[in-house]
Design a protein around this ligand. Sequence first.
Ligand code: PMV
Length: 305
Amino acid sequence: MAPAGIEVFEGSSTGKVILLGEHAVVHGVPALAASIGRGAWACAEPARELPQLQVGDASGPWNVDEDSDLLRAYRILNDVIGVTVRARARIDIPTRAGLGSSACLGVALARALMRSKRKPFDDDDVMQAATAWERVFHGNPSGIDVAVATHGGCLEFSRSKGVRRIDLSMPIPLCVGDTGTRSSTRQMVEHVAKELGAQADGGRAVLEGIGACVARAGRALPEGDWAEVGCAMRDNQRWLKSLGLINAETEKLCAMAHAAGALAAKVTGAGGGGCVIALAPGKQSDVLEAWHGSGFQGFAVDAGE
Ligand code: PMV
């Protein structure tokens, strides 16, 4: 890409799964999330006039329109960081599927752009810049996607307390399955706000219920007590179902995972389609076989490493 003598600066980041607490995290409840060891890569070189962006995935380059959120977000990122950069990026996770693809791309680009300034920066600087990018796509993101894309590992995140790292004694044996259906995170977040607002207690019981699941899993995760984490995930899924976030394909993938021996299966991220996660110690290949046999895409991941 760069002619001889022009230095190129790189950045990368990871996608995430939300283990428990999606949506409730927008309303102040803590959530648990983990990195999935694949995500986005970006490289940058200084540009003379306007910032330019090329992005692609396994299926090839995307069309980045002049009037797209992607280009708007990229220009904001250049402004916030104080550079004018031509960047190329590649994303290796399904997009708009609950795996934090936009935050992941934003963090990889932010790192490449910051390196191009040749000045020291830290994770807080990256998070701040990537949050400005993420607002273009999600309006009012809780910040959990950007936090995991920046820090990796397994994290508890809340709006008031920020990031708390969870030290795992072993990685989390998950399968990630793609329903093939998509929703808009912004619309799902608005839908949940309406559902909570329509309840007599303003959604307090739901948020407290989800908060209890998160707390239970948070105590069990460090020791790898998968039976306990699984119970909490199943309860969390029931609350998410009560909020209307589980579509027919999600139900189908979860039922197949349970039948193949998973301890729990639930939607991850915004819901209304997207991806599901199955907690499947010793059963990851059985779950994948069941999904692939029915035409669904999926992959195994030792999450939170
Ligand atoms: O679907 P994703 O990867 O954008 O995750 C969204 C997570 C939510 O809790 C639904 C929204 C948020 O900002 O935390």
